[in-house]
Design a protein around this ligand. Structure first.
Ligand code: ADP
Ligand code: ADP
Length: 234
């Protein structure tokens, strides 16, 4: 069973009288435990495709299957449950500025109905995992970019996801911090057996961590394969 299967995905954005055909029949398979890169120019549809995996965007056509569950067929409540097991991190972290680190990380736990005491223990564990033990009572404004992304990673892992989606997760970070975050992601991936899908426009990121890549252009996958095959030297 593949971790993720996307079958003939189309996405048309309708804004007023304009429509944008952002995805034009994308079929992809990501195996369990892979670090999978999605690359391509700005506007190619990378972010849209990533958001279709957890149905943050609903495909106009096609099916999405994660961990054997066909998400595009699920009723709302069941979908919500499955979605909790797909973590996501973003370029600009998307932390709640007025909440402490602990409350940010606990947010998805509260949503999932985890009791306060258990949530507190889990938050401690998650912060240790990302190297921020003892940061519970800090606020996002007191943290560096790399530390904010670590908090976001902890939050994304709160509900024991099988899949982590990364949308330009290192694009706002300097090169050293980028390396540290990528190494952390790889370490977590190995320890937890996660499947990671990352959208990036940074070649260095792909080359450092990805097993396999898809190259997108104008809403389609134009090349796909193991890193070593897609990037053969000319
Ligand atoms: P990438 O991540 O490769 O830069 P995107 O998936 O963000 O590409 O965008 C693909 C296309 O879809 C672009 O033309 C973009 O302008 C359009 N698009 C993305 N999100 C929306 C939206 N919410 N509404 C309308 N058009 C969108
Ligand atoms: P980022 O990827 O850094 O969050 P973007 O500018 O790519 O920032 O996108 C911000 C939001 O705007 C996203 O939710 C995206 O779906 C949406 N968006 C992108 N392109 C368009 C567009 N052409 N029309 C409407 N919304 C868009």
């Amino acid at each position: 069973m593949s971790a993720i299967e996307l079958e003939s995905i189309h996405k048309v954005y309708q804004t007023g009288r304009q429509s944008v055909h952002a995805l034009r029949g994308v079929t992809l398979r990501v195996e369990e435990g892979q670090v999978y890169g999605i690359i391509g120019q700005s506007g190619a549809g990378k972010s849209t495709l990533l958001r279709c995996i957890n149905l943050l965007e609903r495909p106009t056509e096609g099916t999405v299957t994660v961990a054997g569950k066909r998400l595009t067929d699920l009723p709302a409540r069941a979908l919500q449950r499955e979605r909790a097991r797909i973590g996501m991190i973003f370029q600009h972290f998307h932390l709640l500025q007025s909440a402490t680190v602990a409350d940010n990380v606990a947010f998805p736990l509260r949503l999932a109905g985890v009791a306060r005491r258990q949530a507190r223990a889990r938050v401690g564990e998650l912060l240790e995992l990302v190297g921020l033990g003892g940061y519970e009572h800090k606020y996002p404004t007191q943290l560096s970019g790399g530390q904010k992304q670590r908090v976001a990673i902890a939050r994304a892992l709160a509900n024991h996801p099988s899949v982590l989606l990364c949308d330009e997760a290192t694009s706002a970070l300097d090169p050293n911090t980028t390396r540290a975050i990528l190494d952390l992601l790889l370490d977590i991936q190995r320890r937890l057996g996660l499947t990671i899908v990352m959208v990036t426009h940074e070649m260095a990121v792909v080359q450092r961590v990805c097993d396999r890549v898809a190259v997108m252009d104008h809403g389609q996958v134009v090349e796909e394969g193991p890193l070593t095959e897609v990037f053969v030297s000319p």
